[in-house]
Ligand binder design. Structure first.
Ligand SMILES: Cc1cc2nc3c(=O)[nH]c(=O)nc-3n(C[C@H](O)[C@H](O)[C@H](O)COP(=O)(O)OP(=O)(O)OC[C@H]3O[C@@H](n4cnc5c(N)ncnc54)[C@H](O)[C@@H]3O)c2cc1C
Ligand code: SF4
Length: 466
């Protein structure tokens, strides 16, 4: 194995800075010729970004039955965007992308493309797929600020949106563009949800969220920050004050506990809390992260960037079982994250993390995980971060009437996001459990239409009754 820089992991940012991500691959499968052209152009002062995008766009076969679109959860019009780009209509391409997915720019950076569009591209069967994510990123980045967003008309109706993650932002854009008055209530001081307070800056520039906020404000959306709906302002207050419909897109922000001794000690933290503002934590030199999903990888990589000398992920199963994206795992390895596998935590002490070893055994036809006898040990460390998933908080459902939840506390809705209370809708992670950005956007598009139908119907009836 050698360490190489491959072109498929280059991201472009609005600032014009090229962010190279290194990736380990066996030497024989790496074609570095594009990379060499690229660096040469950069040295010469050409526009390597544009050149690379055009080269990639030209590789697209414009399939009649595009597999890339089928692989995209939100059916991004990929061949059309490429065609428009090549014919010199980048703004039209950008508008098409935005209309289909207001978070196209974000998705171009954080979606698991290898499983979605790029994983389905026909060219990937014999060589490299078209780098759809980079092309989408280039177009969406280019067009976002200059796009002229205007409401189609002014409609009667006042909509309250609780939470400004991908779900809330999507609903806000769609309904504001239709002409409704929209107010976002956000518990944090800035909009973005996990995009701002979860995904680290080195994976997603927060500048993008500020640019999206500017677009929302331009459309007349009112943003009320630092406002946790539930304990003080309730749903009843919102309806009293003239909101016709309320949308709940509050995500999953309650860390799952390990329920072991030592979890309340001062050097123990939960992943979702840590990622909010890692700079306020003093983790010391040696850190253990419990869990091996995408969030655990983000925590481990962030801790190393914030000065921890040694970060180890402890996981109860083997490397082949790690639930994180393959790319995230490789990036973590490159960053120097260490792994302790087949170990399960039993206690956290001031000295460190007490564990037992585990192993897989067959139970009839089924494999199961058991702990090994007399295998207890201690990993001395300065801090422990628990990253074993999140569930929903109950601020709204505990303080308002009529919103049914399931056994996990997730809000119960029908397919169009209608909750059990009239006029209240929900989508995103608070309904589906922890998923992805593109899933939250896709679902929210349908819910925005249901809110439109509800509010427009309400005013139609009122106006007819006059
Ligand atoms: C660390 C991390 C990394 C991730 N990385 C990726 C990735 O690379 N790619 C990907 O596709 N997905 C990723 N995800 C998943 C993705 O971010 C989520 O699926 C997505 O953000 C869900 O969107 P949402 O709008 O439902 O909720 P959220 O993004 O959670 O937003 C909810 C918002 O509601 C606000 N809120 C909550 N309660 C209240 C209240 N009572 N009153 C007012 N406001 C409230 C919160 O402050 C927050 O701003 C990641 C998740 C995490 C935790
Ligand atoms: S599958 Fe690949 S080649 Fe075909 S249209 Fe999509 S991006 Fe182009």
């Amino acid at each position: 194995m050698i360490l190489v820089e491959i072109v498929s992991d280059i991201h472009y940012h609005n600032s014009g800075i090229l962010q190279k991500t290194r990736y380990i691959l066996p030497e024989e499968v790496v074609d570095i010729s594009t990379w060499c052209d690229f660096t040469r152009d950069k040295i010469r002062g050409d526009d390597p970004m544009g050149k690379h995008i055009v080269d990639e766009a030209k590789r697209c076969l414009q399939c009649k039955n595009p597999r890339c679109v089928k692989g995209c959860p939100i059916s991004t019009p990929i061949p059309e965007m490429i065609d428009l780009l090549l014919e010199g209509s980048i703004h039209e391409a950008g508008e098409k992308l935005f209309k289909n997915n207001p978070l196209s720019l974000v998705c171009s950076l954080v979606c698991p493309h290898e499983k979605q569009c790029e994983g389905h591209c026909i060219l990937g069967t014999k060589s490299n797929p078209v780098q759809i994510s980079s092309i989408e990123n280039y177009i969406s980045d280019y067009s976002l600020d200059v796009m002229d967003l205007k409401a189609e008309e002014k409609l009667q109706g006042n909509i309250g949106i609780i939470g400004s993650g991908p779900a809330g932002i999507t609903i806000a854009f769609i309904l504001a563009l239709k002409g409704y008055s929209v107010t976002i209530f956000e518990a944090h001081d800035q909009i973005g949800g996990v995009l701002r307070y979860g995904i680290p800056e080195f994976r997603l520039s927060k500048d993008i969220l500020s640019r999206l906020k500017d677009k929302l404000v331009e459309l007349g959306v009112v943003i009320r920050p630092n406002t946790l709906i539930g304990p003080v302002i309730t749903l009843e207050d919102l309806f009293r004050d003239g909101f016709d419909a309320v949308f709940i897109g509050t995500g999953v922000w309650k860390p799952r506990k390990l329920n072991i001794k030592g979890e309340s000690l001062g050097h123990v933290h939960y992943a979702i809390d840590y990622l909010k503002n890692p700079e306020v934590y003093d983790l010391g030199e040696k850190v253990y992260v419990i869990g091996a999903g995408n969030v655990a990888m983000d925590v481990a990589r962030t801790a190393l960037r914030k000065g921890a000398k040694e970060v180890t992920i402890m996981y109860r199963k083997g490397m082949e079982d790690i639930p994180a994206r393959e790319y995230e795992l490789e990036y973590a390895k490159i960053d120097g994250v260490k792994f302790e596998l087949y170990k399960s935590p039993v206690e956290i002490t001031k000295e460190g993390l007490v564990y037992v070893e585990t192993e897989k055994v067959m139970d009839g036809e089924k494999e199961k995980l058991v702990t090994k006898d007399d295998s207890e040990g201690l990993f001395p460390c300065d801090s422990v971060i628990i990253a074993i998933s999140q569930g929903p908080k109950a601020n709204i459902v505990n303080n308002s009437k009529g919103i049914e939840t399931d056994l996990r506390g997730l809000v119960v809705t029908d397919d169009a996001g209608r909750t059990t209370r009239e006029g209240v809708f929900a989508s995103g992670d608070v309904v589906t459990g922890a998923k992805t950005v593109v899933e939250a956007v896709r679902y929210s598009k349908d819910v925005a239409e249901a809110i439109h139908e509800y509010v427009s119907g309400k005013y139609k009836n009122m106006n007819e009754g006059q």
